[in-house]
Every structure is written in structure tokens, then in C-alpha cells.
Design a protein around this ligand. Structure first.
Ligand code: FDA
Length: 369
């Protein structure tokens, strides 16, 4: 008889949600994480009494009432609404592209005028089926928005020319013909009051936890530590990279503390010109309407050599998906190990999606007993 029913590798949102459901069902869970903190990428560090989103800005949003109620059981959420500002060489525009943006650019006041202006800009371009990101963007929003707000920002992010990027990346570009600066379309949105750590702490209550503990430092022993394993790390790492490494796009963050109460007046500012080396500046206190005397900002830089950096966004192109398939074939044969979360599934998940996935997998697990 083993001491634990489940060993959960990774205390991110997937691992923590799974652990919560299992603990609730009376199972004994041990959660390990190689980092010195829980929460994976939603972890916040307190600096100057401000919750700093350590791995990039996180805003919870969902259309699903059940998931909204689920996260609200750990702490109430505030009314934060994501409305980034774009800064192009000192000119400021509202995002996502909407009537406010169009008015600032062209002085157009009605949806009809704005649509006519976009149509006028793309008429002579004769774009058929878009062959790359540039053509796709031009077709959706015209030349001005493309030049000022999309082209350089995207090229900085990807380190590639917009003409060399596939069109699908930008297929769902949010464009609105209303005066609505809310970036997300979802019904529910906000930041947990007290920060994301509150949610993670609530999820992990009642299970055992060991930080600074890398599964691979002692793989064979860990494999015997519990009846079953839930693994939320990189799937290629689990199989010793035997079919090759899966690629990720990464980011680098530089933190600054400023001795001012309010630095940029908004939580998120995108720098859309080519000259500014960073892509975004976050001012963390604004996620929580903070009134602290100082402020903490983070500059976000794209990373060129992503292989040794923090893995953030999977690159789901043909080459990587082919490699992934081989790992998935091995994973599907495992009897003791459940793979879940963004790294083990090599999939971009928003927070609400990763919670939904963990809830479903834990439910299936309990059903199959
Ligand atoms: P996550 O990576 O969080 O957790 C995995 C854990 O496993 C980590 O703690 C890691 O240390 C641990 N681990 C890995 N290997 C291990 C090993 N060998 N041994 C022990 N432990 C190991 N979503 C959203 O809804 N709104 C938003 O605004 C954003 N913003 C955002 C910005 C950026 C820059 C990114 C990259 C992502 C977002 N997201 C987001 C997505 C969000 O971050 C994501 O959905 C969750 O963090 C995924 O949780 P997981 O548990 O899957 O992975």
C-alpha cells in the first residue's frame, strides 16, 4: 500500500485543480514543484505591497458561469477589464481596434465612415486569399492600422517578417465597430482580490506539498511514490527528448520599481513601433486598482534563443506537431501516468481552459475507479 494515491508533478493551475478535486474526493495527494513557489506561471510576487505577475500579465476571463463560480469560491474577483493602450512613437491608441481607435486615427465618427475608410485603404491592394500574416491583417484593418499597430509589434514578437508568418496567427484579430475598449468578449472577467496566489492556495489546501523538487532528479523513486502520477511538465522532457525537442516562443521580463504613484495610467501598454526593443510594459498595481505610494513595472522583451529560456508559447507548426504525435503515442500507452496542462499537452491554454481540462480529467479518473 502506497502512502499517496496521487503524485502530482507541478503546482500550476492544472496540477492544483486536479489535486483539489482528488483531495475533495478523499484521495491523498502529494504535489511537487521544481520551482521555489506554487502556482506555475500565474504566480505573483509581492513587491512594494503590489502583486507582481511574475511570468507575464494574467487576466482571468471566461464565458462559463460554472468556471467563474469555481474560481470565485477561493476569493472574490474584482471588476478589472483588460483595455490595453498601444503606443506608436508616442501616439496613443485604444485596443482592441474599435471606434475609439478609428476616431483617433482618422476622425471617423460612425461605423459606416470607419468601414468606408478601411475599404478605401485596401481597395487597390487586390488581396485574394491571404497568403501570409501581412495580407491577412491588411485585409482585415487596412494599411494605417497594419503599419502603426500590427506590423512592427508582430515582427518584434516573432522575430520574423510579417510576410514570412502564416495568416492563421491573426485570423481572429479583434475588430469592433463599437466604442468598446474591452479586450475580451467573455461574460466574466477580473483579477482575484488578493492576487492569483489566493486561488492556488485554496486549490492546494489539504494536500502535501514539496517545493524545490524536480521530478527528474529522482524519476524512478517518484514513479513509485504513489498509485498514480499526474505529470504537468514538458512531455518531451518526460521521454528524455528521444524524438527531439519541442520548440517554444519565449519572453524576458525586466522589473523596475519607480518612486511614483502612477507611471503610465494603465495596466498594459503595447509598444508597436520597431525601435522600442520591448513589446509591452505592465504596471501591476492597476490590475487591482492599487493606491500604494510606489509602483512596479515590467518591461516585456521577446527572446531570440528561446531554447534555454522559460517555455511560454508552444510553436504548433507542422514540424513540432509531428514530433508531438510521437510523444503522445507513448503517453497514451501509460497506465499509471496522466499527462495534463500546457507543457504536457504542448498546447496554449488560457486559465479557464486549463481548469476545465483538469476538472474533466479528474472527473474521468474518479469515474473509472
Ligand atoms: P504551468 O506552467 O503554470 O505549471 C507547470 C508547473 O510544473 C510549473 O510550476 C513547473 O515549475 C512545474 N514543473 C515542470 N516540470 C517539472 C519537473 N520536472 N518537476 C517538478 N515540477 C515541474 N491565461 C489567461 O487566461 N489569461 C491571461 O491573461 C494569460 N496570460 C498569459 C501570459 C503569458 C506570457 C503566458 C505564457 C500565458 C498566459 N496565460 C493566460 C495562460 C496561463 O499562464 C496558463 O493557462 C496556465 O498557467 C497553465 O497552467 P499549467 O498548470 O498547465 O502550467
Amino acid at each position: 500500500e502506497k502512502k499517496y494515491d496521487y503524485l502530482i508533478v507541478g503546482s500550476g493551475l492544472f496540477g492544483a485543480t486536479f489535486a483539489h478535486e482528488m483531495t475533495k474526493a478523499g484521495k491523498k495527494c502529494l504535489v511537487i514543484d521544481k520551482r521555489d513557489h506554487t502556482g506555475g506561471n500565474i504566480h505573483c510576487k509581492k513587491i512594494e505591497d503590489i502583486n507582481v505577475h511574475w511570468y507575464g500579465a494574467h487576466i482571468f476571463h471566461t464565458n462559463d458561469k460554472f468556471l467563474w463560480d469555481f474560481v470565485n469560491q477561493f476569493t472574490d474577483f474584482n471588476r478589472y477589464t483588460n483595455s490595453p493602450i498601444a503606443n506608436y512613437k508616442g501616439e496613443l491608441y485604444n485596443l482592441p481596434f474599435n471606434m475609439n481607435t478609428f476616431y483617433s486615427l482618422w476622425g471617423t465618427k460612425t461605423p459606416k465612415e470607419a468601414k468606408e475608410e478601411i475599404a478605401r485603404q485596401i481597395k487597390h491592394l487586390n488581396i485574394g486569399e491571404p497568403q501570409n500574416l501581412e495580407e491577412q491583417a491588411l485585409k482585415l484593418v487596412g494599411t494605417d492600422i497594419y503599419e502603426k499597430l500590427i506590423k512592427h509589434y508582430t515582427e518584434k514578437q516573432w522575430g520574423k517578417k510579417a510576410t514570412a508568418l502564416p495568416a492563421f496567427i491573426i485570423k481572429r484579430l479583434p475588430v469592433r465597430f463599437t466604442y468598446d475598449n474591452n479586450y475580451f468578449n467573455d461574460k466574466y472577467q477580473g483579477i482575484p482580490i488578493g492576487g492569483f496566489n489566493k486561488v492556488i492556495d485554496g486549490l492546494l489546501a489539504g494536500c502535501d506539498l514539496r517545493l524545490n523538487t524536480d521530478f527528474f532528479d529522482n524519476k524512478s523513486e517518484w514513479l513509485n511514490a504513489a498509485e498514480k502520477i499526474v505529470y504537468t511538465g514538458k512531455i518531451d522532457a518526460y521521454y528524455d527528448y528521444r524524438f527531439g525537442e519541442l520548440e517554444y516562443r519565449s519572453l524576458r521580463y525586466e522589473l523596475e520599481v519607480h518612486d511614483t504613484e502612477n507611471y503610465q495610467g494603465n495596466a498594459v501598454m503595447n509598444f508597436t513601433d520597431a525601435e522600442t526593443p520591448y513589446t509591452r510594459v505592465y504596471e501591476h498595481k492597476h490590475f487591482e486598482f492599487g493606491t500604494q505610494p510606489k509602483t512596479v513595472i515590467t518591461k516585456e522583451y521577446p527572446v531570440k534563443d528561446a531554447q534555454n529560456a522559460e517555455p511560454y508559447y508552444p510553436v504548433n507548426d507542422e514540424k513540432n506537431m509531428h514530433i508531438l504525435k510521437k510523444y503522445q503515442d507513448l503517453a497514451s500507452k501509460e497506465e499509471k501516468v496522466i499527462f495534463g496542462g500546457r507543457l504536457a499537452e504542448y498546447r496554449y491554454y488560457d486559465m479557464h481552459q486549463v481548469i476545465a481540462s483538469a476538472l474533466l480529467k479528474s472527473k474521468n479518473e474518479l469515474k473509472n475507479e
